[in-house]
Ligand binder design. Structure first.
Ligand SMILES: C[S@@+](CC[C@H](N)C(=O)[O-])C[C@H]1O[C@@H](n2cnc3c(N)ncnc32)[C@H](O)[C@@H]1O
Length: 287
């Protein structure tokens, strides 16, 4: 027998829970119904203790103070967001991109610079999956070019994406040929890590964008393709509709929006035409 006490989870009082969840929902759109209280406690408890505090009231007073806003508030959203993702998640999207969409663009408009945005890129698996699909098309269509930007609300996730370091297990789903082309193995074989080759890491431009903000800092009608997958599920229906409208405004006429497997525009008043389940097109302007 040893005398180690089990770690106790700091309980959040009702008032603090209401204050914090209202803030997260208002600023970031993320719904936090009461069932999520335990999740918040387990994710934030360590942070509260690290700051030497004994209650959520003290913690919230601090993060909403002038000093806390500068030092800690942004870290809180890093702890609240769910960054679950995978390489080649929903593989049909990447097949459709390289086998149908890109050949269609080239046929219609010639080899030009296609602009793509991964709008909730998490730790990078989605933009790097896009790179692999785009590069395969590029190898077969000399002269084809693209620009890829990626954004998320979580700074920690963006930093991980930028580093491009993953465990060997994370890249299991990637075909062997693509692993060889796009990743370097760690020299230290005990670490079982890989890193995206610098030439491909440098192809992505990162930005912190809150999809719920009024302004994204993305030029209207500038994007050919937007991937915004598995993030709308965290928002309520009205917020989802507002976000989809803003994303649509960023698409060129004829541009394509990819949503996650359980997301859709059903029941929304948006100017998008469904071309496949979870794939939508902004109509071309009529003459
Ligand atoms: C579950 S991950 C999805 C990642 C990737 N798109 C995929 O499908 O695998 C959801 C991502 O959305 C981000 N997110 C949540 N709220 C956001 C907001 N208001 N604006 C921008 N990104 C947000 C989270 O930080 C997280 O990285």
């Amino acid at each position: 027998m040893n005398n180690v006490e089990p770690a106790t989870i700091l309980q959040m009082d009702k008032e603090s829970y209401i204050r914090l969840s209202a803030y997260i929902t208002n600023v970031y759109g993320i719904k936090l119904p009461p069932a999520k209280k335990a999740m918040l406690e387990s994710r934030l408890g360590k942070k509260v203790k690290q700051l030497g505090m004994n209650s959520y009231k003290e913690f919230l007073d601090y993060i909403f103070s002038d000093q806390g806003k500068k030092k800690e508030l942004l870290n809180v959203i890093d702890l609240v967001t769910t960054n679950k993702t995978d390489f080649l998640r929903e593989p049909l999207h990447f097949q459709f991109l390289k086998d149908v969409l890109l050949p269609g663009y080239v046929h219609k408009a010639g080899l030009r610079n296609i602009k793509i945005w991964s709008a909730a890129c998490s730790t990078g698996e989605e933009p790097y999956s896009l790179i692999m699909a785009l590069e395969e098309f590029k190898r077969k269509n000399i002269g084809f070019e693209y620009s890829l930007s990626a954004s998320d609300i979580s700074i920690r996730a963006i930093q991980a994406a930028h580093r491009g370091i993953y465990t060997l297990e994370r890249i299991d789903t990637i075909p062997v040929e693509w692993k060889r082309l796009y990743f370097l193995k760690s020299k230290d074989t005990t670490r079982r890590l890989v890193r995206v080759k610098p030439a491909y890491r440098n192809k992505i431009t990162y930005k912190r964008i809150n999809l719920v903000a009024d302004v994204y800092g993305v030029t209207q009608e500038s994007m050919d393709i937007i991937f915004c997958r598995n993030v709308l599920i965290y928002f309520d229906k009205a917020t989802q509709e507002q976000v989809i409208r803003k994303l649509t405004a960023c698409l060129k006429p004829g541009g394509i929006l990819f949503l996650g497997h359980s997301e859709s525009t059903m029941g929304m008043d948006v100017s998008l035409k469904q071309i496949k389940p979870t794939i939508y097109q902004r109509p071309y302007a009529s003459a």
